[in-house]
Design a protein around this ligand. Structure first.
Ligand code: UD1
Length: 429
């Protein structure tokens, strides 16, 4: 298994371009199931989760072509299976997104329950409830969610989401595009990725209005057609690089980004003392001379501060001046990075979903283990500001969601390299 070796060093400087957003690309690729015509999606990031999605769609019978610019053409005219098997769903929870499109277009879907997850229980009850409200019969059998419409079209319904769920909103929105009648999703997720999906579905002939607000209205149509869509930039990748520059005392420019998608993050970075300039599609960050100021954070659904940036800000606070509180309100058990940061000298106290962090001047290197996607990114960044050489194990988590992270960081002057697991074993032998 590969590892990353990061050595603490000087400020990150330079410019990078962010890749297409993973969380937008996955539902967009899956939406190809809704039409028998070809859907072309460009600006696809180079990630493991994309490969997993291609494998999943391939098993369902979708024909996929990738061109040299990483655009994907998906042709779901000959789908011959409606089963999403456990071995794929367990590696990527977003596989649950096939449930809505398959049920809506083919009247049946069999999707493995995702099972345990490193960042809390993450149930899918809202996805199920939404489809039931549209007339699907759903039962759980042998660990699979089996949805069946009895050969009928789904019908429009009014659906209230008890909790704001991103993939829950996306699943229901996709299913509703082909339903008979009007569906209203109340308390919908407002994330930019939901809007991107709605834009693509509308380009395919769907009639969706209100995406980006908390009530989305979908007027069902009989069929959708092909389209050509470009994935929005990854706001979490952008935010992660901004934090890297801030904690290293650097200055970077990020291109191909949508600044308004991360206003809450930019606001917090300003509070730390960083100077931020932004244009239509770029952001420039200059870290202050001296230490950053610590900042209190409370995660919540968009447009509030994203849970996917929580780990990076726990790290930022670990090296900032002062004491700060971070409250995680979206997921239970999303603090695995805290124990690893503590091993690097961070002063963090955990009490339920609250972390109290007293900044220290310097972290020190340690062997650490990646546990989930964003926690891993925080450990890589920690390695870049810690004294010594930090070895990060289990980096397949990072490869699920960050496109060439070490290459982009190296481009900014970071000392980081990827080595095969056996290289380190040989070295220590
Ligand atoms: C998506 C993102 C993930 C991000 C998260 C929150 C994708 C592929 N992933 O995950 O990166 O961290 O949004 O911004 O887009 N819940 C239920 N029942 C449900 C569904 C959700 O109780 O049926 C709860 C979850 O346990 C969690 C909260 O709702 O506490 C929000 O989860 P949700 O928005 O659904 O996260 P995902 O869509 O899985």
């Amino acid at each position: 298994m590969d590892k990353l070796i990061a050595t603490g060093g000087g400020p990150l400087q330079g410019r990078i371009r962010v890749s297409g957003a993973k969380n937008a690309a996955l539902p967009l690729m899956i939406s190809s199931l809704l039409t028998e015509e070809t859907l072309r999606i460009s600006n696809i990031p180079h990630l493991h989760d994309i490969t997993t999605t291609m494998e999943l769609l391939g098993q369902l019978g979708v024909k996929l072509q990738v061109d040299e610019k990483l655009a994907i053409e998906a042709d779901a005219s000959e789908v011959d299976s409606v089963t999403a098997p456990y071995d794929l769903v367990k590696t990527m929870r977003a596989s649950i997104l096939v449930l809505g499109p398959l049920t809506s277009r083919f009247g049946r879907a069999e999707v493995s329950l995702p099972g345990g997850c490193a960042i809390g229980s993450r149930p899918v009850n809202l996805h199920i409830k939404g489809l039931e409200a549209m007339g699907a019969e759903i039962r759980i059998e042998n660990g699979y969610i089996i949805a069946d419409t009895g050969g009928k079209r789904l019908r429009g319904a009014r659906i209230f989401m008890d909790l704001i769920s991103v993939t829950g909103t996306e699943n229901i929105m996709m299913a509703a595009t082909l339903a008979d009648g009007v569906t209203t999703i109340e308390n919908a997720a407002r994330e930019p990725e939901v809007v991107d999906l709605a834009d693509c579905l509308n380009a395919m002939g769907a009639k969706i209005s209100g995406a980006g607000g908390d009530e989305i209205v979908i007027e069902g149509v009989e069929r959708l057609h092909g389209a050509d869509h470009r994935v929005i930039p990854d706001r979490i990748e952008a935010g992660t690089f901004l934090v890297a520059a801030a904690i290293s005392g650097g200055k970077i420019r990020i291109n191909d980004v949508v600044p308004r998608h991360i206003e809450s993050v930019l606001d917090k970075l300003r509070e730390t003392g960083c100077v931020i300039e932004e244009g239509d599609n770029w952001i420039e960050l200059t870290a202050p001379v001296g230490r950053l100021r610590s900042v209190n954070i409370r995660t919540a659904p968009y447009p509030a501060f994203p849970t996917d940036m929580q780990a990076q800000f726990v790290l930022l606070n670990s090296v900032a001046d002062g004491t700060a509180t971070v409250v995680e309100t979206v997921f239970e058990n999303r603090y695995m990075h805290v124990h690893e940061l503590q091993r690097m000298g961070a002063q963090i106290e955990l009490d339920g979903n609250t972390a109290v962090i007293r900044g220290v001047r310097q972290l020190h290197a340690a062997p650490v283990m990646a546990t989930d996607l964003r926690a891993s990114a925080c450990l890589v960044l920690a390695g870049l500001v810690a004294r010594g050489e930090t070895i990060i194990d289990r980096i397949y988590h990072i490869d699920r969601g960050y496109d060439c992270i070490e290459e982009k960081l190296a481009q900014l002057g970071a000392s980081i390299r990827r080595v095969p697991g056996h290289y380190l074993e040989r070295r220590s032998a």
